[in-house]
Write a protein that binds this ligand. Structure first.
Ligand code: UD1
Ligand code: UDP
Length: 357
């Protein structure tokens, strides 16, 4: 049985790391196509190196451009590869343009699509990711959901077949990284790759189009950050770096700007920080698993369970709401969410038996 996995963006490399090992352990052959959506060393190759992800068989170098250009070019290039290799299934992750292109190319060739992180919804169709995930779910034959909410969302859209709630594969990525950092020698080596960290800092990431592509939202967010009475460590996404440069907007003095960091560095920052501010999907869950309060710089979230548990505040880009949320105390209880590190093995087993049926 051969599976072709399509990846292209940073969070997909992180998710692929534990899943690729689980597929191999279940006796499934995997070959990876990297669309090149993310292409800087620190957004791509670094993760393959650090996390031991099998090297891609093809690198398509299709990053940049408008959504239509990027997705269309990926669709044509992935189709060509799949017509040659005819795998038994195509595996895609999450909700990026690479996800949609991979899913669509496969479905048109009648190759079964496996979607990991199926069923998530923000119910905001202005987000490119929402379009990508809705369409990919409707193309997929095996849909692996991280939560019951995700399964419910699929049912509400009339999707009933092929759904499996297995938990979130990022829990395994987090656990692996934390275990690696339990080794003091390794933790020290990773620490040496980071600058000296200020005391009681907040960890921030920002890259969503809805924030970064709107200078007034970007300015509102950074005006709140400048008011915070604590240092803010910000590994800066290239999209945001570009937007700040174009707007001629300097970062506030309390911001420690970093280049995008590797996954072990990010895990070390998550352990050391007091608070997380982000518009990332993945980071909202990681903050929860690390027991850090999250202030989400968006108007809605797909990860509603973290909000219901009281650890995640959805504040948009309004300075008063951002500042008020940063002062909240975390709740005492932190119930387990999104399963455990066993999700990749469950997914691999279900995939192996579905493909051999
Ligand atoms: C993409 C995904 C988003 C995901 C994010 C993870 C879509 C529509 N968006 O957003 O869902 O949360 O990845 O980080 O698929 N750039 C570089 N170097 C890189 C990568 C990007 O310079 O290695 C710059 C380029 O100018 C590029 C811009 O960032 O045009 C945006 O990159 P793109 O992949 O289109 O979107 P992201 O904001 O990264
Ligand atoms: N991340 C990382 N280095 C960074 C910033 C983020 O390793 O400099 C990790 C983060 O811990 C999480 C994932 O990247 O696991 C989230 O990716 P991103 O925010 O780019 O995408 P999203 O999850 O929003 O789709």
């Amino acid at each position: 049985m051969e599976i072709t996995t399509i990846v292209g963006a940073r969070p997909q490399f992180i998710k692929a790391a534990p899943v690729s090992s689980a597929l191999a352990a279940a006796g499934l052959e995997e070959s990876i196509i990297h669309t090149g959506q993310h292409y800087d060393f620190a957004m791509s190759e670094l993760f393959f190196e650090q996390l031991g992800i099998p090297a891609p068989k093809q690198f398509l170098a299709l990053g940049g451009g408008s959504h239509g250009e990027m997705t269309g070019a990926m669709l044509a290039a992935i189709e060509k590869q799949l017509m040659g290799s005819r795998p038994d299934a195509v595996l895609v992750y999450g909700d990026t343009n690479s996800t949609l292109a991979g899913g669509l190319a496969a479905a048109k060739l009648h190759i079964p699509v496996i979607h990991i992180e199926a069923g998530l919804r923000s119910f905001n169709r202005a987000m490119p990711e929402e379009i990508n995930r809705v369409l990919t779910d409707h193309l997929s034959e095996l849909l692996f959901c991280p939560s019951e909410t995700a399964e419910h969302n699929l049912h509400a859209e009339g999707i009933r077949e092929g759904i499996h709630v297995c938990g979130d594969v990022m829990a395994a990525a987090t656990e692996r990284a934390r275990e690696a950092l339990d080794d003091p020698g390794f933790a020290e080596a990773i620490g040496e790759t980071l600058p000296e960290l200020p005391a009681a800092f907040a960890l921030m990431t920002l890259h969503r189009a809805e924030n970064v592509d709107h200078p007034e939202r970007l300015a509102a967010i950074f005006s709140a950050i400048g008011e915070l009475a604590r240092p803010v460590v910000l590994p800066l996404h290239p999209r945001t770096r570009g937007a700040l440069e174009r707007a001629g907007m300097p970062l506030p003095d309390n911001v420690v700007r970093l280049e995008p960091v590797g996954y072990f560095q990010m895990t070390a920052l998550l352990s050391a920080c007091e608070l997380v501010l982000t518009d990332s999907g993945g980071l909202q869950k990681e903050a929860y698993w690390h027991g850090k309060r999250c202030v989400t710089l968006r108007d809605e979230t797909e990860w509603v369970e973290t909000v219901e548990a009281g650890w995640n505040a959805i504040v948009g880009a309004e300075p008063e709401r951002i500042l008020a949320a940063c002062d909240l105390e975390p709740p005492t209880a932190r119930p387990a969410l999104y399963g455990d590190a066993g999700a990749p093995a469950k997914i691999a087993q279900i995939t192996a038996s579905a493909l051999s049926a």
